[in-house]
Design a protein around this ligand. Structure first.
Ligand SMILES: Nc1ncnc2c1ncn2[C@@H]1O[C@H](COP(=O)(O)OP(=O)(O)O)[C@@H](O)[C@H]1O
Ligand SMILES: [Mg+2]
Length: 540
């Protein structure tokens, strides 16, 4: 540039064009080189960004899935979704748009400053002086937005969480006519989010013009200082022109960098949330040296077990129980007595805080997860079906099972009839129109799944509660087949199931208060006898 003005231009005026050509060609080739290099650089950063995002997304999924039931009961689905969607997206935005801007901008500023230093050290000093207000302004912006983005993340997460919860509980919402109230609450959350965003935009609205002002003032000072030096002849006009251009261009990437910085702050708060999840450890860790566990007999023992949920009081206090292998237990008791907790401890969804739970005298904490899942199966009221066909859903019980085995399992629990009546029989997609199955049918499918799994220990936690009386009768017949030859714990709220049990346990406040055969208990005068009489009377 200086060469162009101070050396080539005067010659060109004298009609000697060679020097001008040299300068122009050098300039042009530099421009082409810049474009080509920028292209490769962009490709590279974009690939890197996409890979990082892909990796983070996968790690989030794998990790959240690996975490224990304890985490999921505490950290709702809505919050997990917020992490996986809006938080990851804000990181994606940063990686996609911002990163290369920062590198290009930073390099651009660095080399511009170096060029200016070589060209005119005095102007360089002026530029250096401008960095002080720049740093102050940036620091202010950083502190303010840091706080702002944290609040914005929380607000965004609350919004998503509420949305997810409302939609998953839509039946309850409708049943209790909660739409109006929800509308208002959600409106409030959206308003909150909007307010935080507006505040952030406001901050940026101060920062950005501030940058422009600092840039312009720097140029003005360079011009002023340079102007005096040109006047007293110590500076060429070309050098001054170039200096001014350099000083101006030095600030060009500032706006991009500010935008980058903004999305950086947003992504940093998002990353904070995400790493919070990634740092969670499964509360029921895999044993490092699992004990071999195959062909279990299914003897279950609780030895001095104490247990409480992280948020609640002690549910079990020094609990002892032995279930011999092959026995069918009916567990009854008032709501909140701790029946499901017992089931979750046998399945090792949670670990006791004191004492131990054993199967065949092996602590369940020493058994590899996959072995335990094979030998202990719990069927709950929810009877969740995955998207896919009915056959696939039953097959989950034993991956690789043949269709004959699947059908045999369905027949054993009495599910075969209704399945053959579905539009595509066993190939009916449970999530497609027409393939929708009722809650009772879902339970039958999950029984078939459990039957196919053929575990040593089977737990049914109110698993027949959404069946009507005729379906329940049907299941009862299937249940006999399902329970034969294995240890079973049936948590039942209808006493009809109790008759097939070898032994009844009545639970109250985390303790077993009655323990005997159903006939003995029914003939006695304890709590079970009273419950049983009331139930029999209700049938008449
Ligand atoms: N995920 C949980 N977090 C905190 N407390 C829980 C949780 N699940 C159950 N509880 C509490 O533990 C106690 C026993 O619950 P539970 O075993 O589900 O009873 P039941 O199945 O007999 O109705 C209750 O007081 C209940 O409030
Ligand atoms: Mg329960």
């Amino acid at each position: 540039m200086t060469l162009g003005i101070d050396w080539a231009l005067p010659r060109a005026i004298l009609r000697e064009y060679n020097e001008l050509w040299i300068v122009v060609i050098t300039y042009l080739s530099a421009a082409v080189m810049t474009s080509v290099l920028t292209y490769f650089f962009l490709m590279l950063t974009a690939r890197l960004a996409q890979e990082m995002l892909f990796d983070l997304r996968n790690r989030m999924f794998v990790h959240t899935q690996k975490l224990s039931v304890e985490f999921h009961e505490r950290y709702t689905a809505g919050r997990v979704i917020a992490r996986q969607t809006s938080d990851l997206e804000s990181i994606g935005e940063l990686l996609a748009g911002g990163l290369n801007e920062l590198v290009i901008g930073g390099m651009f500023m660095f080399f511009t400053a170096i060029a200016l230093l070589i060209l005119d050290p005095v102007s360089f000093l002026v530029l250096l002086g401008a960095l002080i207000p720049l740093a102050l302004l940036t620091r202010w912006f950083q502190v303010k937005t840091n706080r702002g983005y944290r609040k914005q993340r929380v607000a965004s997460s609350r919004m998503i969480q509420y949305f997810v919860e409302t939609m998953t509980g839509i039946r309850a919402v409708k049943a209790f006519r909660k739409e109006k109230r929800n509308e208002k609450h959600f409106g409030g959350l959206v308003e909150d989010y909007r307010k935080h965003n507006a505040h952030l935009i406001q901050l940026f609205g101060i920062y950005d013009p501030g940058l422009i002002m600092i840039g312009n003032m720097t140029v003005a000072v360079v011009l002023l200082v340079g102007g005096f030096r040109v006047l007293d002849g110590s500076l060429g006009i070309g050098v001054l022109t170039a200096s001014i251009l350099y000083a101006r261009r030095f600030f060009d990437p500032m706006e991009e960098i500010a935008i980058f910085y903004n999305s950086y702050q947003s992504a940093a708060s998002a990353l904070e949330k995400i790493s919070g999840v990634l740092e969670e450890e499964p509360s029921v860790p895999e044993p490092s040296n699992p004990v071999p566990f195959e062909n279990a007999k299914g003897k279950v023992r609780f030895e001095g077990v104490q247990f409480q949920y992280s948020t609640g009081p002690v549910v079990l206090k020094k609990f002892d129980l032995e279930i011999p292998s092959g026995q069918t237990i009916a567990l009854v008791g008032t709501t909140g007595a701790g029946k499901s907790t017992l089931a979750k401890l046998i399945s090792r969804f949670y670990d006791p805080s004191l004492g131990r739970v054993t199967i065949d005298d092996i602590d369940v904490r020493e058994v590899a997860n996959k072995d335990l899942r094979r030998e202990v199966v719990m069927v709950t009221q929810e009877a969740y079906l995955f998207s896919g066909t009915v056959a696939e859903n039953i097959q989950l019980g034993r991956p690789g099972a043949s269709l004959e085995d699947v059908m045999a399992a369905a027949k054993a629990v009495g599910a075969h009839e209704f399945i053959t009546r579905l539009p595509d029989g066993y190939d009916t997609d449970v999530n497609k129109r027409g393939g929708r199955v009722s809650a009772g049918q879902r339970q039958l499918i999950s029984f078939a799944r459990a039957f196919l799994a053929n575990p040593a220990v089977l737990i049914l936690d109110e698993a027949t509660s959404s069946l009507d009386i005729p379906s329940e009768r049907m299941v009862q017949r299937g249940l006999k087949t399902l329970l034969a030859g294995r240890t079973a714990v049936i948590i039942a709220h209808r006493l009809s199931t109790v008759s097939i049990a070898d032994r009844v346990l009545v639970m109250e406040h985390g303790e077993i208060i009655e323990d005997d055969s159903p006939t003995t208990l029914a003939a006695g005068d304890g709590k079970f006898a009273r419950l049983y009489k009331a139930w029999r009377d209700s049938l008449v």
